[in-house]
Design a protein around this ligand. Structure first.
Ligand SMILES: NC(=O)c1ccc[n+]([C@@H]2O[C@H](COP(=O)([O-])OP(=O)(O)OC[C@H]3O[C@@H](n4cnc5c(N)ncnc54)[C@H](O)[C@@H]3O)[C@@H](O)[C@H]2O)c1
Length: 484
C-alpha cells in the first residue's frame, strides 16, 4: 500500500486546498495507534470563508439544468470508481476497517449515490394543478447552502450520501467530516472539481464540535444534515431550530433482529454476524438485540460459535483479514465498559470479551447470551462488536419487546412464514426494516430512523424531499376582484 496519506492541505474551499487554523488534528491509524498525518482544525474565519464560497456558488449551480448538474455528478461517480482502490486504502488507514470491506462498501457506495442522484437530477420538477380557468403549478427549488456533518464509521459514504442529493437539487454544501476521520471527504471535493463542478459547490472544513456548531448556526445556512449520535443530534437539531433550518438527522440505534424458530438458521447466523461484527460493530443500524425464539436458541448459539472460528483479525490492509480494530482508544474503552456491565448484570459471555493487548485499538467479537431487556447492554447503543442474544416465546411478546426502546433506526425479522414476516415488519417502530436479511442499504431505497434515531431520510427519491422545497405559483387567467 503506497498511498499518500497526508493531504495537500487540511481544508477544501472554493475549488482549492486551503491551509489554516491553529490547532493540530492528528490522524491515527487504528491498527497501530501511529499518527499518519496531521491536519489543522478550522478557525471561525475559515468556516465563514467556506460558507461564503458555497453561498456565492449556489445561484449559478442551481441555474444549470438538471441534465448538466447530473452529468457532473455521474462523471464524479466514474472517477470515484476508477480510484476505488486508492480511496479504499485511504479509508482503511483512517478508520481501521478491513480493506476487504472498504473496497466494496465505502467509495463504491459513494459512487452509487453520485450516479443515482446524478440520474435523478434531470427528473426533478413540480406539478400542474387546474383550478377552473385559473391554474397553479409548483416548482421544486433548491434550499441554498447545506451543511453536512459526518460520523467516523463511513466517512466517504456519509459525505457522498449527503453531497449527491444536495447537489442534484441545486444546493451547495459545506461538509465537516468527523475529526476522527478527516481524510476522504477531501478526496470527494477533489473529484467533484475534476468532474466539472464549479468552485464552491462542495467545500470541506475540518473540526470537532465547535466547528460543527458554528456551521449549524451560521445565518447563511438553509439546511443541516447530521450523521452522529443521539446526544449530538439533540444539540444540532435544537441549534438548527433557532434559525428554522431544515434538518436531516441520521442518529444512533439499538435495533432488534428477530429470529423465529422456522427460520433458516444458517442465514440468520449470517445476518447476526453482519449486523454485529461488520466494521467491528461500528454501524448505526446494527441488529445488536438478537431475539431468538427458544426452540432454536441452542442451534443458533452452536452455529454462531462455529462460524466465529472464521474470524480473521489482523492488519486491515491485508485483504484476507475480515475483522479490524475499532476506530479509537476511546471507543475501545467504551466497549470494555459495556462488557464489564454485561458481566456484572448477569449476562452469559459465550464468545470474546477481551481487548487484544499491544498497539492499536483491538476488541474481540463478543457475544452475550441470556441477556434480558433491562440489562444495560440491551438498552444502550454500544457501537462496537458486542452482540446480545435474548430469548423469546411468542410473536406478540417479541414485537412489544423489540419496540420497547427510545431508538427506532432499523429492525429485521427471519422467518419462513411469509404472512408473519410482513405482519411483524408492519409493527416494527423503525425507519428501515429487513425480511430474511440484514443491513443491506442500496442507494435506491430510503434509509433513516424514527423515534430518537432520526428525522428525514437519505437515499431513494425520498432524499429529494429533504434537499428541496416547493414554490407554488398561482396563475390568474381573468380579472382580480376585491370587496371594495
Ligand atoms: N443513522 C445513521 O445513518 C448513522 C450512521 C453512522 C453513524 N451513526 C451514529 O453516529 C454515532 C457515532 O459517530 P460519532 O461518534 O462520530 O458521533 P458524534 O455524535 O460524536 O459526532 C458526529 C459528528 O457531529 C459533530 N459534532 C459534535 N458535536 C457537535 C455540535 N455541538 N454541533 C455540531 N456538530 C457536532 C462531530 O464533530 C462529528 O462530526 C453513533 O451513535 C452512530 O449510531 C448514525
Amino acid at each position: 500500500m503506497t498511498i499518500a496519506v497526508q493531504p495537500t492541505a487540511s481544508h477544501f474551499i472554493n475549488g482549492a486546498y486551503v491551509e489554516g487554523g491553529s490547532e493540530d488534528l492528528p490522524v491515527v491509524f487504528p491498527a497501530t495507534g501511529e499518527v499518519v498525518a496531521t491536519l489543522k482544525l478550522a478557525d471561525e474565519a475559515l468556516v465563514d470563508q467556506a460558507i461564503a464560497a458555497a453561498k456565492a456558488a449556489q445561484p449559478a449551480w442551481a441555474a444549470l439544468s438538471g441534465v448538466e448538474r447530473g452529468r457532473i455528478l455521474r462523471r464524479a461517480a466514474e472517477i470515484m470508481r476508477e480510484r476505488n482502490r486508492e480511496l479504499s486504502e485511504l479509508e482503511t488507514i483512517d478508520t481501521g476497517k478491513p480493506l476487504q470491506e472498504t473496497l466494496i462498501a465505502d467509495a463504491a457506495s459513494g459512487a452509487d449515490a453520485l450516479e443515482y442522484f446524478g440520474g435523478l437530477a434531470a427528473t426533478l420538477g413540480g406539478e400542474h394543478i387546474q383550478l377552473g380557468a385559473d391554474f397553479a403549478y409548483t416548482r421544486r427549488e433548491a434550499l441554498g447552502v447545506c451543511v453536512g456533518i459526518g460520523a467516523w464509521n463511513y466517512p466517504i459514504q456519509i459525505a457522498s450520501w449527503k453531497a449527491a442529493p444536495a447537489l442534484a437539487c441545486g444546493n451547495t454544501m459545506v461538509f465537516k467530516p468527523s475529526e476522527t476521520t478527516p481524510l476522504s471527504a477531501l478526496k470527494l471535493a477533489e473529484i467533484l472539481i475534476e468532474a466539472g463542478a464549479p468552485a464552491g459547490v462542495f467545500n470541506v472544513v475540518q473540526g470537532a464540535g465547535a466547528v460543527g456548531a458554528r456551521l449549524v448556526t451560521h445565518p447563511d445556512v438553509a439546511k443541516v444534515s447530521l450523521t452522529g449520535s443521539v446526544p449530538t443530534g439533540r444539540k444540532v437539531y435544537a441549534a438548527a431550530a433557532e434559525g428554522l433550518r431544515h434538518v436531516t438527522m441520521e442518529l444512533g440505534g439499538k435495533s432488534p433482529l428477530v429470529i423465529f424458530d422456522d427460520a433458516n438458521v444458517e442465514n440468520a447466523v449470517s445476518a447476526a454476524i453482519n449486523g454485529n461484527f461488520y466494521s467491528s460493530g461500528q454501524i448505526c443500524s446494527n441488529g445488536t438485540r438478537v431475539f431468538v425464539q427458544k426452540g432454536i436458541k441452542e442451534a443458533f448459539l452452536t452455529r454462531l460459535a462455529e462460524r466465529l472460528k472464521g474470524v480473521n483479525m489482523g492488519d486491515p490492509r491485508d485483504e484476507a483479514v475480515n475483522f479490524g480494530p475499532m476506530v479509537s482508544e476511546r471507543q475501545v474503552q467504551i466497549v470494555e465498559g459495556y462488557i464489564a456491565k454485561g458481566l456484572a448484570e448477569g449476562a452469559r459471555l459465550v464468545a470474546g470479551g477481551q481487548r487484544r493487548e499491544g498497539a492499536g485499538f483491538w476488541m474481540e467479537p463478543t457475544v452475550f447470551a441470556d441477556v434480558t431487556d433491562t440489562m444495560t447492554i440491551a438498552e444502550e447503543e454500544i457501537f462496537g462488536p458486542v452482540m446480545s442474544v435474548l430469548d423469546f416465546d411468542t410473536e406478540e411478546e417479541v414485537i412489544a419487546r423489540a419496540n420497547a426502546t427510545e431508538f427506532g433506526l432499523a429492525a429485521g425479522v427471519f422467518t419462513n412464514n411469509l404472512a408473519r414476516a410482513h405482519r411483524v415488519v408492519a409493527q416494527f417502530k423503525a425507519g428501515t426494516t429487513w425480511i430474511n436479511t440484514y443491513n443491506l442499504t442500496p442507494v435506491e431505497v430510503p434509509f433513516g430512523g424514527s423515534k430518537m434515531s432520526g428525522v428525514g431520510r437519505e437515499n431513494g427519491r425520498a432524499a429529494i424531499e429533504h434537499y428541496s422545497e416547493l414554490k407554488t405559483v398561482y396563475v390568474a387567467m381573468g380579472d382580480t376582484e376585491a370587496p371594495f
